[in-house]
Design a protein. Sequence first.
Length: 134
Amino acid sequence: KETNLSILFRRLASSDFEHSTCEEWNKSFCNGSPVLYTLGCKYYVRPLILDYLEINKDGCVKPSCGNKLCINPYHNSYKKMKASKLGDADTNLVLAFSSRGVPVREIAKALKVHRSTIYRALNREHLHPGSPHH
């Protein structure tokens, strides 16, 4: 008999997810997040997918599609911190723009976030707006 965990891993191994379609979890939830139970343990589904795919194990994963039920790995946004509004790719863009002297106001507008989010990202990387990062 297949378990929810074996079904999930089989689907991940065969890339059985479509880019354009949300994959809604219809099993168990805890604190509003998809979970599965196996061998007496509870596992949050999105971090389990993150570990399985070996993507930034120190990160936090959230659905980027806005659907709290969605577990599609293509719809996941991998963040360094739980409350972060920027993913790794966005942070890299912030660093690239900043190193070229692009004003924080323009970076924030391009990424559709508040200026303070950009300042926090730069501060985490120990950079100041407009300074090159070598």
